[in-house]
Design a protein around this ligand. Sequence first.
Ligand code: NAP
Length: 258
Amino acid sequence: MIAKTALITGASKGIGKELSKIHAANGDNLVLVARSEEQLRLLKKEIETQYIFIKIEIIVKDLTVINSAKEIYDELKVKNIQIDYLINNAGFGDFGLFINTPWSRYQQMIDLNITSLSHMCHLFLSDMVLRKHGKVMNVSSTAAFQPEPMMAVYFATKSYVLHFSEALNNEVNDNGVSVTAFCPGPTDTHFMEDSNMKKSKLIKNTRLPSAYKVALSGYNAMMTGRSVKVFGFINKVVAYSVCIFPRKWVVSITRKMQ
Ligand SMILES: NC(=O)c1ccc[n+]([C@@H]2O[C@H](COP(=O)([O-])OP(=O)(O)OC[C@H]3O[C@@H](n4cnc5c(N)ncnc54)[C@H](OP(=O)(O)O)[C@@H]3O)[C@@H](O)[C@H]2O)c1
């Protein structure tokens, strides 16, 4: 059987790192993308030691930089590497009042969470549709289901990812290709520190699920071609129940909870 190849962005830590290990355990070759070269090299070595037949490419790339998605696509074309699974996982948030955070931080968030993710889909989905084969997972969040004061831009970017992925899935599904919007809730990763979430009352004294458990749920959802997968029963109840309350209530309750 010919091995398949998974491209995973944000593979250096957290959910992306665990997704990389899960794909390797299932016999897939890997293309690992992130900014931290050292972390990627360590992960490559760890996986290669465990699974000697897995081929791993490392691409060190800042995905907020314009055209970084095209550079990745072109590099893989030159190396004749076909992508069977595209996982757009890299992303970050920021906790705080909108006007208290420099615009440059939001610009980068939009560039990463929205622009680069969409550009990657545009490039790789075209090939998948031509081949009538391939799967995409876009990592959204339970944040996608509601507006959230103190994280206004991040929540809005994740709503984009959810709606964008659902629409794409409908467009490509007849061609044997699927797009899954994966929506984890709070998870034990570097995200909490990098996004200043430790200041939020929402996650204080809360036991968070491990990145592995969350990644495995996302992997299974993508492999079965699910359109949307929310991780965890409580997250599911909260995510889908917000639509039965007046929107004004939802916004003010979440502000109080923060
Ligand atoms: N943890 C949570 O509570 C949670 C909940 C819901 C959704 N999510 C989503 O899950 C995804 C993964 O997050 P995580 O929790 O695993 O966080 P994490 O541990 O902070 O990992 C984020 C990954 O994204 C990469 N990344 C960040 N900025 C990048 C850039 N400019 N260019 C390329 N790569 C970049 C990081 O690598 P480098 O720093 O090496 O570049 C890292 O590998 C994100 O989309 C996040 O929004 C997380």
